[in-house]
Design a protein around this ligand. Sequence first.
Ligand code: ASP
Length: 395
Amino acid sequence: MKKSKSAIAIFASLIISIIIGVLLQGNLQTAELFRPLGTIYINLIKMIMVPLVFSSLIVGISSITDIKKIGKMGVVTIVYFMATTAFAVIIGLVLSNIFKPGVGITVGSEVYEAKEFPSIADQIVGIFPSNILEALLNANMLQIIFAAIVIGIAVVKVAPKGERLRGVIEDLFEVMSTITKGIMVLTPIGILGLMIPTVAANGLSVLIPLGKLILVFYLAVIIQMGITYTVSLKCFSDFKLKDFYRAMMPAQVIAFVSCSSAAALPVSMQRTQEELNISKEVSGFVLPLGATINMDGNALYQGIVALFIAQAYGIEISIPLQIMIILTGTLASIGAAGVPGAAMVVLSTVLLSVGLPVDGIALVAGIDRILDMGRTLTNITGDATAACIVEKTTR
Ligand code: ASP
C-alpha cells in the first residue's frame, strides 16, 4: 500500500468506527462482535514487540564504536523525559486550578479498592533481570533494555568474535521490521475492532456529567502536544512538524485506539527509523524506555484527576501538596506498564498515600477509557519527540 493511501485508510477507519460506534450505542452486543478484530490485531503486534525491541537495541548499540555515546544518549533521554514531564505536571496543575472541574460534582456512595503498587526501590531492583529468558518471556521492557545494552556493549568488546551473533540478530531485526510493516497494513481493520465497542459503550449519557473533566483533560493534552512538544522539536531538532506528524500518525492512532503505549511501540520504532531516519540505537533505546517510564499523559492525568476528586469531595489542598501528589503519581508511573488503565491503578495508590478518598476513583472509572486514549496518545508522542531530540543532539 502506498504511504499516503495507508494514512488515509487509517484515518478513514477511525472516522467510520466512530460513526458505527455511535449508531450502535444501545446495542452493545452487536458492537462487541467487532472486538475480536481488535484483539487479534493487538496480539499480532505483541507477538513481534519483544524480538523487535531486543534485536533493534542490540544491533544499534553494537554499531556504536564510541561507548561514551551510549552514556550521552542515556543522559539526554532522561533529562528530556524529566523536563517534558515537569511541563505536563505544571499544565495539569494550572488547568485544574483555573477550571476546577470537580466543583459541583455529586459524590455518591462509590467504593473503589486501591491496588498494591511496588515501591520505588523495588522498581529500581526490577530493572536488573536475574534471567534473560524470563525477561523476554514476560515482555519486561526495562529488563529487556538493560540486557540488550549489556549484550550490545559486549558484542563490541569481543569483536571480531561477536560478528556472527551480531549478524544473526541483525537478520532477526530485519525480519521483525518486515513483519511490522505487514501488520501495519491491517491497522484499519484493527481500529474497527478497538474503536467501535469503545464508542458504543461511551454514549453521551456517560460523558455529559463528566464533560468538564474530559474537556479540561483534552485541553491539557492539546497544550502539551501543541506547546511543549512543538517548542522542543523546533528548539532542539531540525525535524519539521509536518514531517514528524506525518511519520508518527499511524503510531498515534494505534496508541489512541488501543490505549497501550506498548502496542504502539513496534509501529513507532518502524516509523521513526524509516520515515524520520532516526538511528536504530536511538529509536531502539528511547522508544521502549519511554513507553515504560516516560508517561507525560499520565502526569497530566494524575494532576487533573487527583484534584478533581479533592474538589468533588470539597477537600482543600495546598499547592505544595498538589505538587507532591502529582510527583508521587509520576514517579509511581515509572514502573507502570504501557497498558490500558495503568494510570488509574497508580492514582489509587497516590490518593491512598496522601489520604484523599480512594473511592473518588469510582467517579471517573466509567470514563477512564476516554481519558486513557488521550493519555496514551500524549505518552507516545512525547517518546517520539524524545527520539528526535536525542538523535539530533547526540549525533
Ligand atoms: N494506557 C497508557 C499507556 O499505555 C497508560 C495509562 O495511562 O494508563 O501509555
